[in-house]
Ligand binder design. Structure first.
Ligand SMILES: *Cc1c(COP(=O)(O)O)cnc(C)c1O
Length: 391
């Protein structure tokens, strides 16, 4: 044990991604923190047992494997702590349950991930928590929506279907002035490209299912909380018993090591394909905040360090009738939900049925694309063939 301990915190992100959460010489020199399976943790003596003395007490409450991931993520989030959950959606529900009580009122962006809306409209409603959806572009204009019982403001930037950006610091500043907790779904940017706590957000949520896992083979959620909220998050997480399985945590740790290089490629290829699409005659517009032409570009540029591979394209209205032929002609783009894996995906979407504050009139059929790690020229050729079917 003569080697000095590396916690990664003094290094730039690419280096920290390699070092974070690893202590090889605690595990006989093996590079990776092992996958610990366990419920029961034994105590050596009666005194230790009675005093709950020991780093670990019970599998549900954490293992060296979950600690390695949670502590690494807390480093990147620059937060008081991170807890892990078995899915992105359970991270969202756990975080919301940690900050609301019966009789409260919360503000939720009209563009949030649809199952988030469902939690508000079912579980929270049943518990006596009222939700008001707000225009994601409202900025500091949301002042008038606050009531004396408004305790939380929920953001997602950009929306993962329609890609509206939000003015995060403006919204969180108003929330803080009203004593409300702010939460954000940061799955699109990941903590590598947007650090919510540096923009006034109390609780930052990530569907680790997407880029953290990165291989379309796990569901996982992460909740990062600042000093003001971590105790509540940790308590609720423990009270509800929402712990992920060790295999998924291990795979997320493995994904973390390559997340930086994967995201660089997703971003570069995504922008290439987005620019190519924007110049196509079949395309009305491309919704991608990192494109100069996007209405959210100024906010993205001000607050974000990068973009992932997820964006949308609106085709001209006359292509509605042959849209099925477009999808069926694609061979490299799979049709399926989720995103963030190594493979490219395409799905149609329509926000008309569930938005309540901001109407969705894109002007033509909407297609969401996830640009994977394939060669972008092959992806462009695939899309070109698909678009030709619209003629
Ligand atoms: C996928 C997703 C989630 C939920 O993650 P699951 O692991 O599928 O529960 C939450 N938010 C966003 C933006 C997502 O895309």
């Amino acid at each position: 044990m003569s080697k000095k301990k590396n916690d990664g915190s003094r290094y730039r992100p690419a280096t920290a991604l390699v070092l974070a959460g690893r202590s090889p010489f605690e595990y006989d020199g093996f590079v990776n923190t092992p996958l610990f399976r366990g419920s029961t943790v034994l105590y050596e003596t009666y005194d230790d047992l009675i005093a709950h003395r020991g780093r670990y007490t019970y599998g549900r409450r954490g293992t060296p494997t979950t600690d390695a991931l949670a502590k690494s993520l807390a480093e990147f989030e620059n937060s008081a702590g991170v807890v892990l959950t078995p899915s992105g959606l359970s991270a969202i529900s756990t975080a919301l349950l940690a900050v609301v009580k019966s009789g409260d009122h919360i503000l939720v962006a009209d563009t949030v991930y649809r199952p988030t809306r469902n939690i508000c409209d079912t579980v929270l409603k049943r518990l006596g928590v009222e939700t008001t959806y707000y225009d994601p572009l409202i900025g500091s204009g949301n002042k008038s929506l606050f009531r004396t019982n408004t305790t939380a403001v929920y953001l997602e930037a950009p929306g993962s279907q329609s890609f509206e950006m939000q003015d995060v610091p403006a919204i969180t500043e108003v929330a803080a002035a009203h004593g409300a907790v702010s939460l954000i779904d940061n799955t699109w940017a990941t903590p590598l490209y947007f650090r919510p706590h540096e923009h006034g957000v109390d609780i930052s949520i990530q569907a680790g299912t997407k880029y953290l896992g990165g291989h379309a083979d796990i569901n996982l959620g992460t909740i990062s909380a600042n000093e003001a909220t971590f105790k509540r998050v940790l308590q609720t997480h423990g009270d509800l018993g929402i712990n992920p399985g060790p295999e998924d945590v291990y795979l997320a740790l493995r994904g973390l090591r390559t997340m930086g290089v994967r995201l660089e490629r997703h971003m570069a290829s995504g922008l290439r394909v987005a620019r190519w699409l924007a110049a196509r005659p079949e395309v009305l517009r491309v919704l991608h905040p990192a494109l100069e032409s996007d209405p959210g570009h100024a906010l993205w540029k001000r607050d974000f360090d990068g973009a992932c591979g997820l964006f949308a394209v609106i085709l001209k209205p006359e292509h509605e009738k042959k849209i099925g032929a477009f999808f069926d002609a694609l061979t490299l783009f799979g049709m399926g939900y989720s995103w963030g894996g190594f493979e490219s995906l395409a799905i149609p979407f329509d926000c008309t049925g569930y938005r309540t504050v901001t109407p969705w009139n894109p002007g033509g059929p909407a297609v969401r694309l996830h640009i994977g790690l394939e060669d972008p020229d092959d992806l462009i050729a695939d899309l070109e063939y698909g678009l030709q079917q619209l003629a």
